[in-house]
Design a protein around this ligand. Structure first.
Ligand code: SF4
Length: 262
């Protein structure tokens, strides 16, 4: 087996725009499942609706491409019916934290033994660039033409507060770290939540002075603050620089979990 065997090549070419970050996340995930020796017929990918949620359609396992925001209830059902199967959810920031927000907190509360990978492009990409609950303050979208005025969700803090066993954040720039985080999360009993900031040049970048892919990737690289460095700054009583977001392993604990392999 190789990572290519996990792809449904008959479904290619994919629908993602040129320069979209979603492909990087899919590849990191499939490299992780392959490295763990997971079997195609014992693994299920589940998604809701949005650009990210097209991912399972390109993977050769059984998959469920469900309704908007509902990937987690479907994944919970699959895991409870088949606890010995590996269940992985691909979702986006709108799918997970707007229409699917309630499912997200309850899946974390239950600490169901699945891995949730959120491709956070900070906007509704598939439907043309509307603001999502993760659109940063001041950012432009079709529904925030004068700049987003609301505070965005911190999905990782939400997952931690609600009860997930493992929570990490990386970006599509941090390929090696992301691969390691996904590999760890896939093996961790309970709910593993991995948020990945991804570039969406088509709908986020072109409205927010980040028109080309390189600018978007550089912005993610330049604004990522390692958790260890953040902790050091806080311990020294120094301020966190404006516009930075924290990356790394944010939570790793062993709360009782639901649907763990027997
Ligand atoms: Fe990727 Fe954005 Fe295009 Fe969707 S709209 S495929 S997130 S670049």
């Amino acid at each position: 087996m190789s990572v290519e065997d996990w792809y449904r090549v008959d479904r290619l070419p994919h629908i993602f725009c040129a320069g979209c970050g979603n492909g990087t996340i899919i590849n990191c995930t499939l490299e992780a499942v392959e490295s763990l020796g997971w079997k195609i017929d014992e693994t299920i990918f589940v998604s809701g609706i949005g650009c990210s949620s097209r991912a399972p359609g390109y993977i050769s396992t059984d998959s469920l491409h469900t309704t908007h925001g509902r990937a987690l209830p479907f994944a919970t059902g699959v895991k409870m019916a088949k606890p010995n199967f590996n269940v992985v959810v691909f979702t986006g920031d709108g799918d997970l934290s707007a229409i699917g927000g309630n499912h997200f907190i309850h899946a974390c509360r239950r600490n169901i033994d699945i891995t949730v990978i959120c491709m956070n492009n900070q906007i509704y990409g598939m439907t043309g660039g509307q603001g999502s609950p993760c659109t940063p303050k001041g950012a432009l979208s079709t529904t925030t033409p004068y700049g987003m005025d609301e505070n965005p969700f911190d999905l990782c803090e939400l997952a931690t507060a609600a009860g997930a066993n493992y929570v990490a954040r990386w970006t599509s720039y941090h390929v090696k770290e992301l691969n390691q985080a996904i590999t760890f999360g896939l093996q961790k009993p309970g709910l593993s939540f991995i948020e990945v900031l991804v570039q969406c040049p088509t709908n986020y970048g072109r409205r927010n002075k980040l028109r080309d892919v390189q600018s978007m990737i550089s912005a993610m690289k330049d604004h990522a603050l390692l958790k260890e460095k953040r902790d050091r700054l806080l311990a020294e009583g120094k301020p966190i620089p404006d516009g930075m977001f924290v990356v790394g392993t944010l939570t790793d604990r062993n709360r009782p979990a639901l649907g763990v392999k027997q």
